[in-house]
Design a protein around this ligand. Structure first.
Ligand code: PHE
Length: 341
């Protein structure tokens, strides 16, 4: 065909295809040569205009070139198939902003646990954890909780089957007192963060699973005033130096005397508001001097040693600290809530 040198065309094709780097470019290349108005179609259309004796050879050459093109395109396609789609179709634009990664953060409950544990470790306490599946003995008997105590009732505690095995989900962190005292001799000062379980119906102030921190100190000569001093330091570190505190007599089977500790309401500063139920005081923990019967159960000499213990609910402390009105927010996984901490 006049004006078209098949050998030159062949060379151009081979050079062009080497430079192709994307499926898009390859498609443009395919259309250019194999499309309905492409180069090959042009060649075939020109055949009738050739001299008779040239037609056959020219036709064969055009055909061979078409087959070669198909081969080259197929090879190129294969070389793209291992690449991610994004790089197949477009060159990477390094000026584009990256995909922002959501960085997780520490859950508010964990933050409060860590904060409280740090306050106590600074005062010389060690951190100990215990299992969430406990023995009935450690959860109740060892702690002087009588058989007829209502919390021993199957409806008030998650027992594991078979119930004769005496295993349950601990209803407080106090059983860790038994574990620690059975394995260590005084003097000791320990805090125990952890999950506890009670079959309460869920509402704005109850969950069937929540967190507590237990604390206890045992040695010869530990007095209630030690408990008071330690708890005052703790409460001021968490809620601020200007809070007031008070003890109210209470009953726990494993402490004697027992007391609940209140702090002056951090919202109304003691004047009375809806958070403190117009009382001006907020209950934050239970405490007392460890009952001699508990010492007997762990094999301590109750004539020689005295000690105090306290236990607080973490969710409650976190709610007061941050002004959270519904305890369920802690376990809804709502990022609008969690991102605020
Ligand atoms: N274990 C008690 C509770 O869960 C709290 C407590 C701990 C009270 C230690 C006194 C001493 O209510």
């Amino acid at each position: 065909m006049p004006g078209i040198d098949i050998a030159v065309l062949q060379k151009t094709i081979e050079e062009e295809i080497i430079k192709i780097n994307s499926s898009q470019e390859l498609e443009a290349f395919r259309l250019k040569y194999l499309g309905r108005k492409g180069v090959i179609a042009g060649l075939t259309a020109a055949i009738p205009t050739l001299a008779k004796e040239e037609r056959a050879t020219f036709g064969q050459q055009a055909n061979a070139m078409k087959n070669r093109l198909l081969e080259l395109i197929a090879e190129k396609e294969k070389s793209f198939s291992g690449q991610p789609a994004a790089t197949q179709n477009q060159a990477i634009d390094i000026g584009m902003p990256g995909i922002a990664q959501q960085i997780g953060r520490v859950h508010p409950i964990t933050q409060v646990v860590e904060e409280i544990c740090t306050i106590f470790t600074r005062m010389g306490f060690s951190i100990v954890e215990g299992p969430e599946i406990e023995t009935e003995y450690n959860n109740f008997t060892g702690l002087n909780i009588a058989l007829e105590h209502p919390s021993r009732d199957a409806f008030d505690t998650f027992y594991l089957k078979p119930q004769e095995k005496g295993l349950l989900l601990r209803s407080h962190t106090s059983p860790v007192q038994i574990r620690v005292m059975k394995s260590c001799e005084p003097p000791l000062a320990v805090v125990v963060p952890g999950r506890v379980y009670r079959p309460d119906a869920t509402d704005a102030s109850h969950l069937f699973m929540f967190h507590q921190i237990e604390g206890f100190m045992v040695d010869a000569g530990i007095r209630f005033s030690d408990l008071k001093g330690i708890l005052e330091t703790f409460a001021k570190a968490v809620f601020g130096d200007d809070i007031k505190m008070r003890f109210r007599p209470h009953f726990f089977p494993f402490t004697e005397p027992s007391a609940e500790m209140d702090i002056s309401c951090i919202i109304c500063k003691g004047k009375g508001c809806s958070v403190c139920g117009r009382k001006g005081w907020l209950e934050i923990l239970g405490s007392g001097m460890i009952h001699p019967n508990v010492f007997e159960h762990v094999g301590y000499d109750s004539k020689k040693y005295t000690g105090f213990a306290f236990g607080m609910g973490i969710e409650r402390i976190a709610m007061l600290k941050y002004g959270i009105t519904d305890i369920r927010m802690f376990c809804e996984n709502d990022l609008r809530f969690l991102n605020q901490f």
